[in-house]
Design a binder for this molecule. Structure first.
Ligand code: NAD
Length: 429
């Protein structure tokens, strides 16, 4: 699917889900467009002395539930439509897990792999100079996303503090711990998805040892989820990155694969003891083959639109747990349901990141630093309670988990909209 269609696709899915319920008409209208998007043309000095220009976006989609919140991605395909779709999903995500934030997102259209570390720092700082009036700890709070990380968030916070001449850690989350970052933020998105799978396993009476998993995208979300699943007994048989993937029927040793990836920047099926690694028998597969594997759980953890009209008929997984935002296009929701594939949707499955970002913001505002165990326990409480609400509704209706979760989000947003005053209240009759 063309990136240009992502917002339209997201709005079509939302309206298909909500149009039969009249009580959602008002909130659908409110969400039919972003509240505001700031686009900028930002410049940095390259190491060779030349100047390079980049398109930079920040969208605050909707702030009914609180200051807006959402990551910043650095990617060559990022555009306004994608940023706005991601910001809409953030709005729904915060609503469904009960975090008091609205939805936002940001991006720079850039291939960060083509920049030196110092050029990357200049880009991060230039982004904040362009957006400083648009963000703030009680207005809009960025975080990391694809190809941005804690170090980049640290540079961004530092730039914001220079501009405002204040100490303001709460302006951005996903920071280094030394700058007021939260313990547990790094693994939070993968952990949230893992907690959803664990909750599902409890509901379905699964034995983890009998369940196989394939994960597309071995970055922050994909790696942590894979590691936690393996620790819990699941067999992670395949992982991939942008260059392709590896498959091993007997299961991969995730920590060893991760160390090798850190060392050589290649995905290799290895088993390591201390610094000595041995190759494990495996097959090299491409990303399309990974998506088509016959596994119990498929976890897309890379980019949007990877399961679409072209490949949906090849999907064999029983469950898809969406760590990536929007990995399944709206047009194939129905076909997946017919094929018997169940989906735990992104706005629930990848909400761990924003939940712990919320904890980080709370800690910064209270001047506290919580121990890791407290973060994990509170994250589990948020995810388990959102999952339970969704599961109860899922049992009572003939809706997919996606429909159920979207309706819970719309209900929450509708309550906030109505709290501003309903037509009945303002009616003179
Ligand atoms: P990341 O940059 O750490 O990792 C991305 C991974 O995807 C890398 O392994 C990369 O090699 C791989 N990848 C890139 N292009 C690919 C392609 N064409 N095919 C297959 N793999 C490809 O990013 P992340 O933070 O793990 O985010 C991954 C997804 O999860 C994104 O959709 C992001 O929006 C979503 N997400 C992330 C967070 C978070 O807190 N990190 C929170 C919510 C949602």
């Amino acid at each position: 699917m063309s990136e240009k269609n992502i917002l339209q696709d997201a709005l079509t899915r939302l309206s298909n889900i909500a149009k039969t319920n009249k009580e959602y008409n008002a909130i659908l209208e409110a969400l039919s467009q972003p509240q505001s998007t700031l686009t900028s043309h930002i410049a940095i000095r390259k190491d060779n002395g030349s100047t390079a220009y980049f398109k930079a976006y920040r969208c605050r989609y909707n702030d009914l539930l609180g200051p807006t919140k959402g990551g910043i991605r650095f990617h060559q395909d990022a555009d306004q439509s994608e940023v706005e779709a991601l910001a809409l999903w953030m709005t729904l995500k915060c609503a469904v897990v009960g975090v008091p934030f609205g939805g936002a997102k940001g991006a720079v259209t850039v291939d960060p792999k083509k920049l030196s570390p110092m050029e990357l720092e200049r880009l991060a700082r230039a982004y904040i100079r362009a957006k400083a009036d648009f963000i703030g700890p009680q207005l809009d709070i960025p975080a990391p996303d694809v190809y941005t990380n804690a170090r980049i968030m640290g540079w961004m916070m530092d730039e914001y503090e220079k501009i405002t001449r204040t100490k303001c850690p709460a302006v951005i989350t996903g920071k280094p711990i030394a700058f007021g970052g939260s313990l547990g933020r790094d693994s939070a998105t993968g952990r949230g998805a893992f907690l959803c799978i664990e909750a599902l396993a409890r509901k379905l009476g699964w034995d983890a040892k009998e369940k196989t998993v394939a994960i597309q995208g071995f970055g922050n979300g994909g790696y942590h989820c894979a590691k936690l699943l393996q620790d819990a007994g699941f067999k992670v048989v395949a992982v991939s990155d942008s260059k392709g993937g590896i498959y091993s029927k007997q299961g991969l040793d995730i920590e060893s694969v991760y160390s090798e990836k850190q060392r050589s920047n290649t995905l290799k099926a290895v088993y390591c003891q201390h610094s000595v690694c041995e190759d494990v028998e495996h097959t090299r597969i491409n990303n399309e083959e990974l998506l088509a594997l016959q596994v119990d759980i498929l976890v897309p953890a890379a980019l949007a639109g990877v399961i679409n009209a072209k490949n949906v008929s090849q999907i064999q997984a029983q469950y898809i747990v969406e760590i990536a935002n929007g990995p399944i296009t709206a047009e194939v929701d129905g076909q997946l349901k017919e094929q018997g594939t169940h989906v735990i949707p992104d706005i629930l499955a990848n909400a761990g990141g924003v939940i712990v970002s919320y904890f980080e913001w709370c800690q910064n505002r209270q001047g506290e630093a919580w121990p890791e165990e407290k973060v994990y326990d509170k994250l589990a409480a948020y995810i388990n309670s959102a999952f339970e609400r969704a599961w109860q509704r899922y049992q009572q209706h003939d809706d997919s988990m996606r429909v159920v979760v979207y309706k819970l989000a719309l209900q929450q947003l509708t309550e906030a909209l109505e709290a501003h005053g309903t037509a009945d209240y303002f009616s003179v009759n």
